[in-house]
Design a protein around this ligand. Sequence first.
Ligand SMILES: [Zn+2]
Length: 438
Amino acid sequence: MQSLTDPSIPLFNTPFTTLFLILFGLGLGLRFWLATRQLRHVARHRATPPSAFADAITPEAHQKAADYTLAKTRLARLQLPVEAALLLALTLGGGLQFLHALTDPHQYFWMQALSLGELWHGALLLISLAVASALVDLPFDLWRQFVIDVRFDFNRQTLRGYLLDMVRQTLVGLAIGLPLILLILWLMGIAGQHWWLWAWLVWAGFNLTLLSLYPTLIAPLFNRFTPLPEGELCSRIEGLLTRCGFHASGVFVMDGSRRSSHGNAYFTGFGKSRRIVFYDTLLNQINPAETEAVLAHELGHAHHQHIKRRLTMMFTLSLGLLYLLAQFKQMPAFYTGFGVSTATDATALALFVLLLPVLLFPFSPVFSAGSRRHEFEADRYAAQHSSADHLIAALLKLYRENASTLTPDPLYALFYDSHPKPTERIGQLQALKPAPTH
Ligand SMILES: [Zn+2]
């Protein structure tokens, strides 16, 4: 542990502080402006659905989607300054240094008996950060689910169920996160100047293990999975899998309806443990032919190796970021620039975790654009191996049932949307339909 109370090191007045304040201010302003644009655009187009959807979406359904989008965006815009205030309090406000002092196990007599060392001090600091951020987000989450989603009739969960979920998520998060934090802090302490490479290997290995264990070990803690019963959908899925040369170790229905009425489907896992999962809510919304087209879209993602490509990108990025942290970690200005006067591995890591979203926000249009390109590719695959018509029908029903807006603000969508705008998506599928034969 290195104390940085040397008066020759300027507090708050470092290039790190300046760069942070510029990126932070621009990012916050941009987010606020985009949310405001989205509110204006959706409100302006609230009266009638776009002409391409006039047959499929009634004006009432369109207005419900607009009102739902407006309510959620207003709340998200309100959340922006609150989260920004927390970040400022933790950095320039000296909050991180305060938490560092608060989480020192030596000062608590009941912890002294456990003789926890610096590793545990660091882990407690990082956990306290996660708790602080969760507490600030909690009222917004509650409002989203128990006010907005109740008003629009999407919520299917009681407050008790929500709290039970929270307890379970915390326990699972601790069981997975705590060993990872301890291992990385330990490596930072003993692996010398190349610690970042070792930490990256551990991080990547942890992620891959988690991804392969998630479907069979973790997801069942939160939902019930039952094999899809025999019937039309089952035989359609078998036909599709054979046509596409895929193998799945099981097709399951998940009780998504225990939390919300929003529907979804996914194709998950690696190699032999791959499984197909449909939310029960999805199967209530669309028919077997349409469900087959939705699954074909998911197979398209697998065929084009979108998940592998995203993972490769994420791992490359995290390698670069860990290298960056290794450089920053050696500079006193990195700590003092954010009000931290105790340079430890844990305070460096904590600062980095706090600053990362500010650093990465300018790149969000790039990530979103990549994701939208993948969605177009998966749609083309579905049109080829299933049916463009059925996918269009499914998408229209899902837009309606989930009250997704058909008229997002173009700039807002460019920044945030992982899926193409409905008009563009349906437009591509219509162009892919086989020409009618006479
Ligand atoms: Zn997709």
